[in-house]
Design a protein around this ligand. Structure first.
Ligand SMILES: Nc1nc2c(c(=O)[nH]1)N[C@H]1C(S)=C(S)[C@@H](COP(=O)(O)O)O[C@H]1N2
Ligand SMILES: [Mo]
Length: 389
């Protein structure tokens, strides 16, 4: 395997000299110039699996705080990188006690000169397109699917714009964003009371916004209608739905129950009591395989591992793969450096397993300057059984 890569690198360098493509990413050129699947046919796919509950995909299971809808990531193609609303993962369904018959009110209060209450009509003139953003539940932990992750195009109002309407009296004050979260049924799995406290200026720096629209339509009820917070590059637990209040709170404010519930899953040390002792719940660079295609090219079996790359701050294409422990990692064949890391991108890798059997697909970011805590923990490892070689 290492030999294959060395050869293709040398060929690439020769090609670079021949056509003078200096500055163009080697991976991309190699993949485009010599598509190993050219002239082949795809015979099927090999299922990826991991140990976890076998739930139905893309249908709602449970209700209220226990509601879940799991997105099927195995079918992603360049044309389907935006998840339709009805397939977008759900963590917590619309609370049954939410009264949508009365006009929505967003209270801005706490340590401000004069609290204000905003209607949706007052926010409407500031609504703009906010682009594609992925959401991932910090509890996206079922290796069979890892499907508590989806991407949509959002519209909404930048948080900075909302906050212009109040004058803080506490410069170091933190921002408490609260959402409606009263359900008539108790939860089996989750603590009710969704709210999150952000550091001063943290939401503005992250480009956070209050979303009102999702994929060109008003927010669906299960996704936080009529207002939800989106914090680009943060885990979903901070992206409060049904937002009804934003308060400026003291620097020493206590952490919310939601922050504590997700402390371990957002890499906090212990479960700090104070909000200021939490590190940002950001998604590091991560990657996983989503399907393994079985091809026949020139009469021989060749596999194409297709996967996604997401998270992190700076875009990277330094993705490396390995199929068995002890094997060296090799750079994946085709991984385009994305323009931004607010949503996922696809990569693929041609693979000839040396023998039939089970393989565990492990990915890592081949760059010591990039933090990828979940990949370091082998979090997104998935297995595949190979029969034909
Ligand atoms: N009010 C409220 N907001 C919430 C939650 C909740 O339980 N209540 N769950 C959070 C979690 S853990 C996640 S992962 C995201 C899920 O958003 P989605 O269901 O639109 O995908 O919403 C977040 N916002
Ligand atoms: Mo979540």
């Amino acid at each position: 395997m290492a030999g294959t890569v060395t050869t293709s690198r040398r060929e690439f360098l020769q090609g670079l000299l021949a056509v003078g493509l200096a500055g163009v990413s080697p991976r991309v050129v190699t993949a485009q110039a010599r598509d190993p699947f050219a002239g082949g046919i795809m015979a099927g796919t090999r299922p990826l699996f991991g140990r976890g509950p076998d739930n139905p995909l893309e249908t709602m299971i449970g209700s209220g705080l226990d509601a879940r809808l799991i997105t099927d990531l195995s079918t992603l193609t360049p044309d389907t990188l935006i998840t339709p609303n009805e397939r977008f993962y759900v963590r917590t369904g619309c609370p049954d006690l939410l009264d949508l018959s009365r006009p929505w009110a967003l209270r801005l209060g706490g340590a401000v000169k004069r609290p204000v209450t905003l209607t949706l009509g007052q926010l409407a003139p500031d609504v703009a397109e906010m682009g594609a953003h992925l959401l991932e539940c910090a509890g996206n932990s079922n290796p069979r699917y890892f499907g508590l992750m989806s991407a949509a195009r959002w519209s909404g109002v930048p948080i900075a714009r909302v906050l212009e309407r109040v004058q803080p009296t506490d410069r170091r004050g933190r921002l408490l964003v609260s959402g409606f979260d009263r359900h008539s049924q108790p939860s089996r799995t989750s603590t009710p009371g969704a709210s999150w406290i952000f550091g001063a200026g943290e939401l503005e720096r992250a480009g956070a916004f209050l979303a009102t629209g999702m994929n060109g339509v008003p927010l669906p009820r299960d996704h936080g209608f009529p207002l939800r917070l989106i914090v680009p590059r943060w885990y979903g637990c901070a992206c409060i739905k049904w937002v009804n209040a934003i308060d400026i709170v003291a620097d020493g404010a206590a952490a919310t129950s939601q922050m504590k519930e997700f402390a371990a899953r957002t890499f906090q040390r212990d479960r700090p009591d104070l909000a200021r002792d939490y590190t940002p719940a950001v998604i590091d660079h991560a990657a996983m395989p989503i399907r393994v295609e079985q091809w026949v090219v020139d009469g021989r079996v060749l596999y194409r591992v297709v996967g996604i790359l997401w998270g992190g701050e700076q875009p990277t294409d330094a993705l490396a793969i390995r199929f068995r422990s002890g094997e060296p990692y090799v750079r994946v064949d085709a991984c385009t450096k994305p323009a931004s890391t607010t949503t996922w991108t696809l990569w693929w890798h041609a693979w000839r397993p040396p023998s039939p059997g089970r393989y565990d697909i492990v990915l890592k970011i081949d760059d010591p300057n990039i933090r990828s805590r979940r990949l370091d923990l082998y979090y997104y490892v998935r297995s595949v059984d190979i029969e034909q070689i």
